[in-house]
Design a protein around this ligand. Sequence first.
Ligand code: S3P
Length: 178
Amino acid sequence: MDRHIVLIGMMGAGKTAVGGELSRKLKARFIDSDHEIESAAAMTIAEIFARDGEEFFRARESEVLRRLLDGPPMVISTGGGAWLRAENREMIKQKGLSVWLDCDLETLWNRVRMRSTRPLLKTPDPKGTLTQMLETRRPYYAMAELIYPVQPGDTVDQTATRLLGMIREHHPETLGQA
Ligand code: S3P
């Protein structure tokens, strides 16, 4: 690979699962930025939000992203909010191919509803919050270099295969195949 492949998009879009599978297919390294933040802090994301607040988390997120992007090319999955900061978008644009996993609301909701790990969804109406969040964030996600429309029925493997095909077709330089 000649540059990073950076997966962005909403919680539940499959960034971590698809990123892992994509990296296996490419025989590249894979890192999930949320996991990096958690291991550096020795706390879960929920604990960081509860103890130090969202701003503190966002600052750590930018630091981790910068460190990962400064390293050798790999597949990176980001937390759903990472792309919203202009500073992070700039860093990602300079060092990698940004890929939005564009996933419909019902699929996102079905994936996140059973989990209690997302502090931003701990509201009286989590589905309403998710809906609102998708609407607000969509124009930002749409600035990604590559938009991949997630097919709700696809397995992780199918998604990674199709996505890789799209990268080969539209961004072969990312894979060092230009
Ligand atoms: C967030 C998404 C989460 C995590 C944090 C905030 C967001 O990551 O970074 O809870 O703002 O959308 P995932 O997208 O991996 O769930």
